[in-house]
Design a protein around this ligand. Sequence first.
Ligand code: HEC
Ligand code: HEC
Ligand code: HEC
Ligand code: HEC
Length: 296
Amino acid sequence: MQRFVRYRSRAGLASVAAAVLLLVMQPTDAAWWLVRIPGVAALLLAAAAVAIPPAPRRPTWHAPLGRLAIAALFAHILSVVAQEPEIWRWLSAAMPVEIALGLGAAIALSMTLAVRRSRSLRLRVGPPATLGLHRIAGLVACAAAGAHVALVAGSTFTIVSLVACGVAMLLVAGNPAERHLPALIVTLGLGTGAAAALAAGPLAQTRLAGLRASTVDHAGFSHGDHGSIACTTCHHNFVDRSGKENCITCHKRLTISEPMRVDRMFHAFCGECHREEKAAGRKTGPIDHCMGCHAD
Ligand code: HEC
Ligand code: HEC
Ligand code: HEC
Ligand code: HEC
């Protein structure tokens, strides 16, 4: 049993590592590497800390890996703020899901250390419950960081599947013994609850209303930059003459559910072509750098 558990967590870690490798091979903007590298390092280190649980009376890599994960996380956040000083403008109810998940992962990862360090918490709820909270925070951090990475624009189907498999194996392996079943149930409950709140109900309505109400930001688009591309590549409904309306105005009206969000559709649409052009070594537009498109 013990060997099987270890095997599962190693397999989970390998799956996450393979996804990270594939993600790093995707083209991005030059300056964005400073954001991407510490970000994927934080995910890998946190997954490794979950996969290598501390052994009693023996030094292990668990705690050093956890601390390194937190250091990488802060480097990631600082580089995002340095690259995109205007990132704050998206911290509203309409915040894209991937940013919300990234923030959730950052809070949960910081909680692992805070819970471990808090003497008053240990005195109040006792060491086993403190350990339980530490474990839940670690698993939630891995799951949210995995979802954050899987949802950022440019994650392919293979990357999404590898992250999902890896995180699922880590979650199961992170809760081996019977007495840890409550931790698994709480983790899954939190995850399902958060997903349900985002996908339906008043929270989803507030988010979509916020998105529709935000001013149309022409996203730095200029026809001059795209002169050599056939009009119908982008004006998909030009043929029946309904395509004269502005894309973004119409698509904001179409935003009726999370998967139809205008940001998700346009990030995939604009970014995909820029990524392909970059991979082919041609001059192209911004890929991940928000202000490359969003500055007016
Ligand atoms: C790379 C994608 C792309 C290509 C190629 C493209 N367009 Fe556009 N077009 C857009 C986008 C995006 C907008 C909305 C821009 C904005 O809101 O600033 C737009 C807006 C327009 C508008 C203004 C609609 C309005 O009322 O705001 C017209 C007219 C238009 N395009 C015509 C053309 C024609 C004609 C061609 C071919 C010569 C062409 N476009 C090629 C993406 C494209
Ligand atoms: C009059 C409304 C309208 C305008 C204007 C419009 N679209 Fe669309 N667009 C739609 C509808 C409706 C769909 C289909 C949604 C669906 O498949 O559920 C769609 C789908 C799309 C998709 C997704 C296609 C897919 O296969 O997933 C992209 C990308 C897109 N539009 C980009 C654009 C761009 C770029 C422009 C402007 C150059 C534009 N749209 C202008 C209504 C519009
Ligand atoms: C079919 C491919 C394609 C699509 C779709 C496309 N682009 Fe581009 N984009 C390009 C290419 C190619 C260039 C480089 C043109 C050049 O400078 O020669 C470019 C350049 C740009 C630039 C200018 C970069 C700079 O440094 O000046 C911006 C901004 C941009 N695109 C935004 C967008 C936005 C926003 C969308 C979606 C509404 C979009 N693009 C859709 C191919 C595309
Ligand atoms: C390749 C160009 C491109 C890049 C890069 C890009 N975006 Fe966008 N984004 C768009 C387009 C086009 C739209 C649809 C037009 C709109 O709603 O302004 C959009 C819409 C959005 C929206 C919803 C509409 C709004 O303005 O509230 C948000 C939020 C957003 N983007 C955030 C980001 C963030 C955060 C980043 C960087 C991580 C980013 N974008 C990078 C092109 C881009």
